[in-house]
Ligand binder design. Structure first.
Ligand SMILES: Cc1cc2nc3c(=O)[nH]c(=O)nc-3n(C[C@H](O)[C@H](O)[C@H](O)COP(=O)(O)O)c2cc1C
Length: 453
């Protein structure tokens, strides 16, 4: 294992040295020279890598307060891929990111909802000196391994901190459903990083294979964290026409919303059209802002409320209420709901017009509930179903459950803001759900989200 690491480092250094010749800016040359110097040091460290048996624990400071409203944080969510490598992140900010990701709330529960009762994620934090695991109970970092492994775990994006999201298969043995929680965590990290001036991106292609993790720890996602090289710039640019009620900003920050999230298993009350529009927008809608940051650093002009691997956005959302079943169309470009050609539309600056297509009249909540893992959701005034409209290789199927988890997390936060609560339920009878939603074979229901009072 050490040899592989060493070989890769040499390969990486050679690659960097060759790259220096092709880079003209003096700033970039200096950066690369410093990175090479740092790499030489890290090779020395990696050669002495040792698993620490006497655990070293670093207690994190309290999370900081946040100024940005929760809805602005979603509206301006974006992926950042270039970071100021030598600008370190203050401990308070790292603490805030880790708390929102997987920390403990004032009532003793976690910041993210546990899908089916198991918190099956371990967060690894890759810093310049060592790799740590985050321990929510003590809000601390425990040393896992010394050495600078940041560019091994993430060869795509160079950043001062790399956050590794790892699936603990001893706690949940389902490769797809365990990714729901990873998606929730990643979404909280995106929103908080945004709110406190840091950049972040989800990386599904990682170097976890080269890191000696315990056998039941399966590396899934790496999120590089740092100050962006180019500050993202947004311009408020909503549509002139809107078929669904417009989403309004509310002066409540993400931390407050997360602390206020309620978990209940019984649902009742009413959800009006305005609430419905906002909940669906949070699940998979488009931002009202245009990203006018330099196009070379970010090619997506109108971001959506969640990230998607390769910008594919293959999920389709349905709302089931006492009045019927409705398909959510987040963009007028997706007008033909039965076409698979939804890809890349978020790269284009076209007016976003979202609306609902009635799929069936009548109350089908009971039928949906019967086809789910929790019958008592039948009384929920709103049931949202996410489905996958895409046949993907099975080894990356978990990507789409991850996306559904990020989206469900938004619905939960939005529900809290609207004084509702939401849950997450497994679809069991796929055939019945597909037939109720009038979907042909090939669609896969991923997650059911009941919402109510
Ligand atoms: C599961 C998943 C895997 C991803 N993997 C990568 C990756 O390996 N490299 C990368 O640069 N971006 C990756 N992304 C980020 C997407 O490319 C990004 O979300 C998408 O292009 C939309 O851009 P936005 O997040 O800026 O709106 C991934 C996103 C998800 C959800």
């Amino acid at each position: 294992m050490k040899k592989i690491v060493y070989f890769n480092q040499i390969f990486f250094l050679t690659f960097l040295l060759i790259s220096v010749g092709s880079i003209t800016s003096i700033g970039d040359c200096n950066l690369i020279r410093d990175i090479i110097a740092e790499d030489v040091q890290s090779i020395a460290l990696i050669n002495q890598v040792q698993n620490i048996t006497n655990k070293t624990e670093i207690f994190l400071p309290d999370p900081i307060s946040v100024d940005m409203s929760y809805r602005t944080a979603i509206m301006t969510r974006c992926s950042v891929r270039r970071f100021n490598y030598f600008e370190s992140i203050e401990d308070e900010k790292l603490s805030t990111i880790l708390w929102v990701a997987y920390g403990i709330r004032d009532d003793g529960s976690r910041t993210v909802h546990s899908f089916e009762g198991s918190h099956s994620t371990v967060i690894y934090v890759f810093r310049d000196d060592a790799v740590y695991t985050y321990h929510p109970k003590n809000h601390s970092l425990i040393l896992f391994q010394t050495g600078n492994l940041r560019r091994i775990v993430n060869w795509q994006h160079i950043a001062p901190i790399q956050i590794g999201l790892v699936w603990d298969s001893n706690k949940n043995d389902d490769a797809n459903y365990s990714s729901i929680e990873l998606g929730e965590i990643s979404q909280d990290i995106y929103l908080m990083a945004n709110a406190i001036g840091l950049g972040i991106v989800t990386s599904g292609l990682t170097g976890f294979d080269e890191i000696d993790l315990p056998e039941h720890h399966i590396g899934r996602i790496v999120m590089p964290l740092g100050y962006p090289q180019t500050e993202p710039v947004f311009e408020y640019n909503p549509n002139l026409i809107s078929f669904l009620p417009r989403v309004q900003d509310v002066d409540i920050d993400l931390k407050t919303v997360i602390e206020g999230r309620k978990i209940k298993t019984s649902f009742n009350g009413d959800v009006d059209k305005k609430d419905l529009g906002q909940l669906l927008w949070a699940s998979y809608g488009f931002s009202y802002y245009l990203d006018i940051t330099d196009i070379t650093t970010n090619e997506v002009e109108r971001h959506r409320t969640v990230p998607s691997a390769s910008c594919v956005y293959p999920l389709v959302y349905f709302a089931i209420t006492s009045n019927g079943i409705f398909r959510y169309v987040p963009h007028v470009l997706h007008l033909n709901p039965y076409s698979d050609n939804q890809f890349y539309s978020s790269n284009w600056d076209l007016p976003v017009l979202s609306f609902l297509i009635p799929v069936g009249g009548g109350d089908f909540r009971e039928e949906i509930a019967q086809a789910s893992s929790q019958y008592d959701i039948a009384s929920a005034p709103l049931i949202i179903v996410s489905t996958l409209q895409f046949s993907s290789p099975s080894d990356i199927q978990w990507y789409w459950y991850f996306e559904a988890g990020a989206s469900a997390n938004n619905v939960m936060l939005e529900s809290t803001l609207l004084n509702f609560h939401a849950g997450m339920v497994k679809p069991i009878d796929m055939q019945s759900i597909n037939s109720l939603l009038r979907l042909y074979a090939g669609y896969l229901p991923l997650l059911i989200i009941p919402v109510g009072e």
